[in-house]
Design a protein around this ligand. Structure first.
Ligand SMILES: Cc1cc2nc3c(=O)[nH]c(=O)nc-3n(C[C@H](O)[C@H](O)[C@H](O)COP(=O)(O)OP(=O)(O)OC[C@H]3O[C@@H](n4cnc5c(N)ncnc54)[C@H](O)[C@@H]3O)c2cc1C
Length: 422
């Protein structure tokens, strides 16, 4: 087994390192930040292991609402158009995935991946501490129409063993008494018993300890990658700001930063960063025990140990990477409106922003590239932690399979994970 360099120490890079190291590879992880999951989406995400809430981002309802998002009539979503060719190309493919048929196909494909991930996370939970909880998820719907639509999708998911149940308002209150303090009306809910939660940042930090201790994985932090070096279509190394890293095998798992680095090796990836925000406050006794998703306000509440994490907002458009105070305030006001008594909003509030690396069909990109020795594990969108164990495993199988020769990927669909059996 030869050395493999994993670029990125977010949850996708860390789980890639784990799967590769378990297969006997010598692994080295490189990241610009001083530690794992410090600078990317894996730090402050919604903390959900949503194996069954795998709805693709591109959907008929999102497409229908785009004018509203452009006009800023929905606080949770914003679309800002830009003339960037990369954005337009991504946007057109995204819209192409917004049909009902594509939405259902993408959602169930992602669900299959989620299911593969679930046992991997459960196994790791016996070795790592990460505030893991198996408290299930309640998704709230404000109208009969939206509940009915969700019920249809739920039936589809139940064919995969989701075990989801439609709850009346009263049944939801019985299941989660904290809903008595919910600040808005809801018509009903869907209970998803097998969805889980935890802290993906803590997961990555403790996974680092395990990787160093049990597998001898090395870490190069504070090492910002500038470009991939190739010769005659073969990987020869990685140029970082501070050093040249010679290698004949590497995996790019740089989350929302993947596309520009892949481009230096001549690989175009339609991955667009979609900005979101979270806040973490001390949980109060009236905080929900189950994870709660408010679909009308597109906000998720989740207990992580004695903290309450609230995540939401999706800003699609030109990326400048900045934390926007007004957007954070929107999330804070929404959170206070939904569950005013669940968290200590006047105490220590940890504010965070991050970028979901979103592909047009919301499916991750995993596998070899046309550059011999260069692999991808990226584009996990809104569900990177949930899917990470499955994509890492897939990657480790593909590295084994294709390591001896160059595998051509002519288009993105060739390296997307497909529904099993197709
Ligand atoms: C608001 C929000 C809520 C979310 N909620 C959930 C949820 O509840 N459940 C879920 O499963 N997913 C959720 N997600 C999605 C999930 O967080 C991401 O899909 C996942 O974290 C992506 O992991 P990653 O390792 O690919 O990328 P990242 O975690 O972003 O890691 C990329 C790494 O690359 C490094 N890097 C970048 N550029 C360079 C460079 N040039 N050189 C070296 N290193 C570099 C960064 O420092 C970083 O460590 C959410 C995302 C957001 C934004």
């Amino acid at each position: 087994m030869s050395r493999i360099v994993v670029l990125g120490a977010g949850v996708v890079g860390m789980t890639s390192a784990y799967a590769l190291a378990k297969k006997g590879h010598e692994v080295c992880v490189v990241d610009a930040a001083p530690g794992p999951a410090e600078a990317g989406a894996s730090f402050g995400n919604g903390a959900q292991l949503s194996y069954y809430y795998t709805d693709a981002m591109a959907s008929p309802s999102l497409a229908a609402n785009i004018p509203k998002y452009i006009l800023r009539l929905d606080p949770a979503f914003r679309v800002r158009l830009t003339l960037s060719p990369a954005f337009m190309a991504w946007g057109l493919r995204f819209l192409g995935n917004a049909t009902q048929k594509a939405f259902e196909r993408n959602t169930t494909d992602i669900l299959e991946l989620g299911l593969q991930s679930r046992s991997g996370i459960a196994d790791l939970s016996e070795k790592l501490e990460f505030d893991y909880s198996k408290t299930g998820k309640i998704t709230l719907f404000s109208s009969k129409k939206s509940l009915l639509k969700a019920e249809g999708l739920s039936k589809l998911k139940n064919r995969y063993g989701a075990g989801q149940v439609v709850l009346t308002r009263e049944q939801a209150l019985e299941k989660e008494p904290a809903l008595a303090h919910y600040g808005h009306f809801f018509e009903g809910a869907i209970w998803s018993p097998h969805d889980e939660a935890g802290d993906s940042s803590l997961f990555c930090r403790n996974l680092r300890v395990l990787l160093e201790r049990d597998y001898g994985v090395c870490f190069l932090f504070n090492t910002k990658v500038r470009r991939i070096q190739t010769r005659a279509n073969e990987l020869v190394g990685v140029t970082a700001e501070t050093e040249e890293i010679q290698c004949s095998r590497a995996v790019i798992s740089l989350g929302a930063w993947t596309a520009p680095i892949a481009k230096t090796a001549g690989i175009s990836l339609p991955i667009w960063p979609v900005q979101g925000y979270s806040l973490t406050v001390p949980a109060l006794t009236l905080a929900p025990v189950a994870s709660i998703t408010d679909t009308a306000r597109k906000t998720v509440f989740c207990r992580i140990g004695d903290r309450l994490r609230i995540a939401g907002l999706a800003d699609i458009g030109p990326v400048n990477g900045k934390f926007k105070e007004d957007r954070f305030r929107t999330l804070l006001t929404t959170a206070k409106g939904i569950f005013p008594k669940a968290g200590d909003y006047d105490g220590e509030v940890h504010a965070w922003t991050g970028f979901r690396p979103v592909t047009p069909d919301s499916k991750p990109v995993v596998g070899p590239t046309r550059v011999k020795g260069l692999y991808l594990n990226c584009g996990h969108g809104s569900l990177g932690w949930t899917l990470s164990m499955a994509t890492a495993e897939k990657l480790s199988e593909l590295v084994g399979t294709f390591s001896a020769h160059c595998s051509l990927i002519s288009d993105l669909d060739g390296c997307h994970l497909r529904r099993s059996g197709t």
